[in-house]
Design a protein around this ligand. Structure first.
Ligand code: PLP
Length: 383
C-alpha cells in the first residue's frame, strides 16, 4: 500500500545530507567533548562550529545559542527561570500556546506569578490592543510569551509588532519559534526577542536536539547542574552528532526556503482545491495568508464521522494530525481549536506539507477522501 505522509509539522524525515553526515560523525567523532585529548577536541570543535553556524543563520552571536534536548526543554527553561531568577511576576500569553509553554506558565502561576491570557480572533491572531492594555497597566516585571506560528493552525503572529510593544513597555519577550526556525530565515533581534526556541526534528534534523536563543543582555541561571557544559547553563555530555546535524539542517533549510515555500504553497493550493471539490462544506482554519506555508488545517462537514476520519485515513496509508500531534485521536477539540471557537461537531485535520511531498501524494489523498465520502453516503442511505 502506498503511504503518504502529510504530518511534517509533527515531525519530519532527515535531509539525505544530514543522514549521511550523521553516519560519519557518529562513527568518527565519538569522543567526549570535555576530554582534553584530540578525540575530545574534535568533538568539541564540531559543537562550536555548529554553534557558530547556527548563530550565523540567525544573525546573532554564538554565545547566545545554547543547545537543549528539545523545544519543550528550551521553552520550560526560559519560562520557569525567567519567573524564578529574572524577577518576572507577570506573564502575558495567548490561549493557543503549545502545551509545553502553557503548562510551564501554569507552573509559574502556581509559584505566584500573575498570568494574563490574551483573547484571539477566530483565525488565531492575538488581540494586539489587549496586549497593549495589559502591558500598559502591569505593575510588575513582565514576560510576554507568544508563539511565532501556531503548530495546529499555522497562523503567524505579528511578532515584530509584539516585540516593539514589549520594548516600549520594558517587558521581556519570549517567542516559541519551534515551528518557524528552519522554515523562515529571520533574526530574533529584528523582532526584539529576548528568548526564542528551536527543535531540529521540525526542519529535517534529528530528534532529541534543539536550542534556545538567549539575548546577551539576559542571563538565565543554570538549568542542569553538573560538569559546566554549555557555558554552565546545561551540564551533561552534549549530543555532539545531533548538534552538528542540526546546524547542517538549519543551513540547508534556510538556503532552500524560497524553493520549499513555492513547492509547499503549490501543493497546498491543489490539496485545498481537491478537498473543496469532494467536500464543498469544508472550510479552512487559521489565517488564510499569515500562515505557515506548509500547514493546511481543514474542518470537515458535520456528516463526516469525527471519531473515524483520522483512523480511516491512517488505514488508507495517509498520515495526518487531528488537533495536535500530542492529542492525535482525542475526541475533544484541542485547546487551540476551542480558543478559536471551532465547531466541535466537525473534525479538524491538520495537513502539513514538506519539500518531499509530490502532486501524486495530493491526488492520492484527495482520492482517499473521495472514496470515504462515497462510503459515508452509502452508510447514511442504508441507516
Ligand atoms: N512548540 C511548538 C510550537 C511545537 O510545535 C512543538 C512540537 O510539536 C514544541 C514546542 C515541542 O518541541 P519538541 O518536540 O522538540 O519538544
Amino acid at each position: 500500500m502506498k503511504t503518504v505522509y502529510f504530518d511534517h509539522a509533527a515531525t519530519t524525515h532527515l535531509y539525505p545530507e544530514v543522514s549521511s553526515r550523521l553516519s560519519v560523525t557518529q562513527n568518527e567523532c565519538f569522543g567526549n567533548p570535555s576530554s582534553s585529548h584530540s578525540g575530545g577536541r574534535k568533538a568539541k570543535a564540531l559543537i562550536e562550529n555548529a554553534r557558530r553556524s547556527i548563530a550565523k543563520e540567525l544573525a546573532v552571536k554564538a554565545k547566545e545559542i545554547v543547545f537543549t534536548a528539545s523545544g519543550t526543554e528550551a521553552n520550560n527553561w526560559v519560562i520557569k527561570h525567567a519567573a524564578a531568577h529574572l524577577g518576572i511576576r507577570h506573564v502575558i500569553t495567548s490561549k493557543i500556546e503549545h502545551k509545553c509553554v502553557a503548562r510551564a506558565i501554569e507552573y509559574v502561576h502556581g509559584q505566584g506569578a500573575e498570568v494574563t491570557y490574551l483573547e484571539n480572533n477566530d483565525q488565531g491572531v492575538i488581540s494586539f490592543s489587549a496586549l497593549e492594555i495589559a502591558l500598559a497597566k502591569t505593575e510588575h516585571p513582565t514576560l510576554v510569551a507568544i508563539m511565532h506560528a501556531n503548530n495546529e493552525l499555522g497562523t503567524l503572529q505579528p511578532v515584530k509588532e509584539i516585540g516593539e510593544l514589549c520594548q516600549k513597555y520594558g517587558a521581556l519577550f519570549f517567542s516559541d519559534t519551534v515551528q518557524t526556525i528552519g522554515h523562515y530565515a529571520f533574526c530574533p533581534r529584528d523582532y526584539h526577542m529576548d528568548f526564542c526556541s528551536a527543535s531540529a526534528h521540525k526542519f529535517h534534523g534529528p530528534k532529541g536536539v534543539g536550542f534556545v536563543y538567549i539575548n546577551e543582555n539576559q542571563k538565565l541561571q543554570p538549568w542542569i547542574l553538573g560538569g559546566g557544559q554549555e557555558y554552565d547553563y546545561r551540564s551533561g555530555t552534549e549530543n555532539v552528532h545531533g548538534i552538528d546535524a542540526m546546524a547542517l539542517a538549519l543551513k540547508l533549510s534556510n538556503a532552500k526556503e524560497n524553493q520549499h515555500k513555492k513547492h509547499a504553497l503549490h501543493l497546498k493550493e491543489a490539496l485545498w482545491g481537491g478537498i473543496q471539490e469532494v467536500f464543498p462544506d469544508a472550510y479552512q482554519n487559521g489565517h488564510p495568508t499569515a500562515c505557515l506555508y506548509g500547514v493546511l488545517n481543514v474542518s470537515f462537514p458535520v456528516h463526516v464521522p469525527k471519531e473515524q476520519l483520522l483512523f480511516e485515513l491512517d488505514m488508507a496509508g495517509i498520515y495526518v494530525s487531528g488537533g495536535s500531534a500530542c492529542s492525535s485521536g482525542a475526541a475533544k477539540d484541542s485547546h487551540v481549536l476551542q480558543a478559536i471557537g471551532h465547531d466541535d461537531a466537525r473534525k479538524a485535520i491538520r495537513f502539513s506539507i514538506a519539500y518531499s511531498n509530490t502532486m501524486d501524494d495530493v491526488q492520492h489523498l484527495v482520492e482517499a477522501l473521495r472514496s470515504l465520502k462515497a462510503r459515508y453516503q452509502r452508510n447514511s442511505v442504508s441507516a
